[in-house]
Write a protein that binds this ligand. Structure first.
Ligand code: ADP
Length: 504
């Protein structure tokens, strides 16, 4: 009953909003500025230097809290719009959860989709995200995100961050998730590329700079208190962008909003403590959907090792999930909440991601899984089954059936329709043991499409903008894989631009 109402609501929202939403990407791109510099972003350039604290000024036009994808994008965009901007990052290194992002960035009507003959539309991107979020996504925010997605892919490309490999994400009927050309994880590539731009544009990045307060006068944000090293300083600003990320590593907050998650591991970096939400709440900011916490189905979590996410893109490229008996048990390309629930329903509450050498060669992100010792590898399926302790007969039969479904493009067992472009026939074969883990906090600060932070009564807090995981609403109750990177880049750009405009 409840589910039907969600569907009805989703459809009503979609019909109501699409009238205002269906702006094509080419129209959207005409409205936005785009950088002309075409620099090569160096993937894997891990050695980074940051601004010396002695260079900290007393005031900036715009201060950005947090150096994840949203913060760095906001800073670059603020400078493009003419602002003097600085980033404060509390950790010793930049990147936040963005660094850990393994999939890609969803976007529709992009040049890369067109080059590859993928016929997609902003309206379909909207509808499928709304369906994935069970109709609870904020329609205006979602509309803004899809309409500006292709332009954001172009903007990234123009600054040397090229996401040209397009594949499937769970819950989508079109290949829409954009990744680096070599199929490597998007996070490191994006962070390195944005960092290179910050350096090239002389945007100061202060690390070990913990923002403890957003200051205000007469209700208007006018700077921050920040502890740099051991010294607390008050720095003034005409506008503040809060891009401090989510609270997926703050178990106190997680269990406050969702007590049943108390025993879950988290994929989040240790700085994901929800500071940005608390800082803005002190200025009267409202929050939305705080109990919407995403569990990712495929997290490697062996005893004594740091939990590590196995990207959904691996399934999008053709991997399957098998249970402890060596059998498939669910449509692997269903949305994250449903796949997680299916794993949790298994008596063993874990599963294996299984793939072959063809997929291994296509997906560079698997290099990392191998380096981390996560993969089990064997020359034959029977040997792989032995290694992971499942029935060889079952695993061989499972893969034999799967290969038939791929040929027929018809999964008669579980109705999977995407990620079926290659069969599983070339050894060696691989398996990674996974189980669900806390991955993303979908709720957060209430914002509008100008990224202004809103109070409970819907009025904006002057001078305060927010973007990325610190905000709530765009993903509803289930985020589709690839929509976090879309969120941080698209709303990060908007926050930087709007904060700079406010600062003028
Ligand atoms: P998003 O994906 O929204 O960009 P990330 O998690 O990638 O979010 O980045 C958020 C960044 O904000 C992290 O690097 C985190 O360490 C930083 N951060 C969180 N709280 C503070 C704070 N109080 N002061 C400065 N930086 C902060």
């Amino acid at each position: 009953m409840k589910k039907n109402w969600f569907k009805v609501l989703a459809c009503l929202l979609a019909i109501f909003v699409l009238a205002a939403c269906g702006k094509s990407s080419s129209e959207a791109s005409k409205e936005s500025s785009s950088s002309s510099s075409k620099e090569e972003a160096v993937s894997g350039a891990s050695q980074k230097t940051y601004t010396d604290p002695s260079e900290l000024k007393d005031s900036y036009d715009v201060i950005v809290i947090g150096s994840g994808g949203a913060g760095m994008t906001a800073a670059i965009s603020a400078q493009e719009a003419g602002a003097d901007v600085a980033i404060f990052e509390k950790m010793p290194i930049i990147g936040g959860n963005t660094s850990k992002s393994s999939g890609g960035m969803n976007a529709s009507e992009t040049k890369f989709q067109k080059e590859q003959g993928i016929d997609d539309s902003n309206d379909l991107f909207y509808e499928e995200t709304l369906k994935g979020g069970k109709g609870t996504n904020n329609p205006e925010l979602l509309c803004y995100m899809v309409d500006n997605s292709a332009e954001a892919i172009d903007w990234l490309d123009s600054i040397g961050i090229t996401l040209s490999d397009v594949t499937f994400s769970g819950g989508f009927s079109k290949a829409r998730i954009h990744r680096p050309a070599d199929g490597s994880a998007v996070g490191g590539y994006l962070v390195d590329g944005l960092y290179n731009n910050l350096m090239e544009k002389d945007i100061p990045v202060f690390v070990n700079a913990d923002v403890t307060e957003i200051t205000e006068k007469d209700g208007q944000a006018n700077g921050v208190k920040v502890t740099v090293g051991k010294e607390e300083k008050t720095i003034s600003a005409k506008a503040v962008v809060d891009a401090a990320g989510g609270f997926g590593a703050n178990m106190e907050m997680i269990t406050e909003y969702k007590p049943e998650l108390k025993d879950y591991v988290t994929t989040n970096h240790e700085g994901a403590t929800g500071d940005g939400i608390k800082l803005a709440e002190k200025l009267g900011a409202a929050t939305v959907q705080m109990d919407q916490i995403q569990i990712h189905p495929t997290v490697y979590q062996e005893e004594g090792k740091a939990p590590f996410l196995v990207s959904e893109a691996i399934r999008g490229e053709g991997a399957i999930l098998v249970n402890a008996e060596g059998n498939r048990f669910y449509n692997e390309m269903e949305t994250r909440d449903n796949v997680s629930a299916a794993i949790n329903k298994l008596p063993e509450q874990y599963a294996y991601v299984v793939f072959d050498q063809q997929l291994r060669e296509h997906s560079k992100s698997i290099d990392t899984y191998e380096e981390q010792g996560m993969t089990v590898k064997a020359d034959s399926l029977a040997d792989l089954a032995k290694e992971i302790g499942v029935s060889a007969d079952n695993l061989e039969k499972t893969v034999e059936n799967w290969n038939e479904y791929v040929v027929d493009k018809n999964d008669t067992e579980f109705g999977r329709t995407t990620g079926m472009d290659r069969d599983m026939s070339k050894g060696p074969f691989y398996a990674i043991k996974i189980a669900p883990g806390i991955h993303h906090t979908m709720g957060g600060l209430k914002i509008n499409t100008n990224t202004e932070v809103l109070k409970e009564d819907g009025s904006a807090i002057p001078g305060l903008y927010a973007a990325g995981e610190v905000t709530g609403g765009v993903h509803g109750s289930n985020r589709i894989g690839g929509n976090a990177v879309a969120d941080i880049v698209i709303f990060g750009r908007q926050a930087g631009t709007k904060a700079a405009e406010f600062a003028k």
